[in-house]
Design a protein around this ligand. Structure first.
Ligand SMILES: *Cc1c(COP(=O)(O)O)cnc(C)c1O
Length: 436
């Protein structure tokens, strides 16, 4: 294990940069809905000698010798992922959520096939068919979205569109939709059309694991996720499935395979090369943490905090897409105030609060400007903040937005924010950098 002292001596420049990032994380109010803070154990597990190992293939079936230890780490990760989500099969190798999605599209579709995904401006993800992403360039994409009046998925329109477009796959899940996904009716529709149903639970996997979001696994042929958002693991991807299979001849395959066998071979060699075994070890640690009873308490608190933050913002006169949240995230629509997401993001940053500008459904603004900001509670909840702190956060957000042009006020708010986060220490000195 490389100690941080060694890094400090051998590369003071990068050491200093990383330390400044640690300080930035400690001192800021992190409200980016897709971010979180991993435990010291996860950090330690990431910084280890398994980074040296080539392990193409799967445990017990590798293209390289010397894999007995990494096999064990990967088996732990697979087993824990299966226990966590109640499934029979998992592939823990995807380097990221995007790679997990690429692998499953390659498995279930051939280029030019039609699939349905949520519109990016309505909360979907780039990999759900955006024209600037491989998914939008490789496949014929038909989007669905929310109803203007409710901010909730317009399922009737979705079903009508699906019956016309006859997609081979329906992608569910999102990055900026504040409501839960209830997939029973999606599965009924998919079955009617003979389509695959997939859920990308990248944002809310931790809420599913903590049982505060309805389960998605029983309804889907395949579920993909990231491991670093609400799930609070290292940066990476994960595929899981409960498909019993049956032999299938899927596109690009010479011999029939089950869906899960095909998924395994589309992760590697289809999409990726050698797995990141040190990250897989850290995924195993994170899944182990998520299996503990404390994680359920954490997930419950994430949602409670988001609800209180939403209610506080509503009572201050703000508009929230869909009128609130039942997850970890809130989408504020600032258009009625005449403000843009871009300006709000910048002012909040000056006040020490990190959020991201985000399109709202039917947004008249461009993606680089937007009318909205997306706010999430996973990271501040990890720090230990509770409902009373959410009320304070709503009030500093309000004060910031009302003083966007007033540098002096923003500076004062910044010190108030620093004061608030100081009571919730994060990564202390000596530097927790064993992840390097
Ligand atoms: C974050 C996210 C991804 C992509 O994950 P990366 O690890 O950044 O590639 C995919 N899908 C959804 C819904 C996401 O929110």
């Amino acid at each position: 294990m490389v100690s941080d002292k060694q890094l400090q001596q051998s590369d003071p420049e990068i050491y200093a940069t990383i330390d400044r990032e640690r300080i930035r994380q400690n001192n800021g109010l992190e409200l980016i809905a897709s971010e979180n803070f991993v435990s010291t154990a996860v950090l330690e597990a990431m910084g280890n000698v398994m980074t040296n190992k080539y392990a193409e293939g799967l445990p017990g079936h590798r293209y390289y010798g010397g894999c007995e230890c990494v096999d064990e780490a990967e088996r732990f990760a697979i087993d824990r992922a299966c226990r966590l989500f109640g499934c029979r099969w998992a592939n823990v190798q995807p380097h990221s959520g995007a790679q997990a999605n690429m692998s499953l599209y390659y498995t279930l579709l051939k280029p030019g096939d039609t699939f349905m995904g949520m519109d990016l401006a309505h909360g979907g993800h780039l990999t759900h068919g955006s024209p600037v992403n491989f998914s939008g360039r490789t496949y014929h994409v038909v989007s669905y979205g929310v109803a203007k009046e409710t901010g909730r998925i317009d399922f009737d329109l979705l079903a009508k569109t699906a019956r016309e477009a006859k997609p081979k796959l329906i992608m569910t899940g999102s990055s900026a939709y504040p409501r839960v996904w209830e997939l029973a009716k999606f599965r009924e529709l998919a079955d009617e059309l003979g389509a695959y149903l997939v859920c990308d639970m990248a944002h809310f996997a931790g809420l599913v694991a903590g049982k505060v979001h309805p389960d998605v696994v029983p309804f889907c042929h395949v579920v993909s996720t990231t491991t670093h958002k609400t799930l609070r693991g290292p940066r990476g991807g994960l595929l899981i499935s409960n498909e019993p299979g049956g032999e299938l001849l899927l596109p690009g395959m010479l011999k029939p395979k089950t869906i899960t066998e095909a998924l395994d071979s589309w992760v590697f060699p289809g999409v990726q090369g050698g797995p990141l075994m040190h990250v897989i070890a850290a995924k195993a640690v994170a899944f182990g943490e998520a299996l503990q009873p404390e994680f359920k308490t954490y997930a419950q608190q994430v949602v409670k905090n988001a609800k209180v933050l939403a209610e506080s913002l509503l009572s201050l006169g703000y508009t929230l897409v869909s009128g609130g949240t039942d997850t970890h995230l809130i989408l504020m629509d600032l258009s009625s105030k005449g403000w843009t997401g871009k300006a709000a993001e910048k002012a909040l940053e000056k006040a020490g609060i990190t959020v991201n500008k985000n399109m709202v459904p039917f947004d008249p603004q461009k993606p680089m400007t937007t009318s909205g900001i997306r706010i999430g509670t996973p990271a501040v909840t990890t720090r230990g903040m509770g409902e009373a702190d959410m009320k304070k956060i709503a009030s500093v957000i309000d004060k910031t937005l009302k003083n966007m042009e007033n540098e002096a006020v923003l500076t004062t708010i910044k010190s108030e924010v620093a004061e608030l986060v100081r009571s919730f220490p994060l990564y202390p000195k000596p530097l927790v950098l064993r992840g390097v």
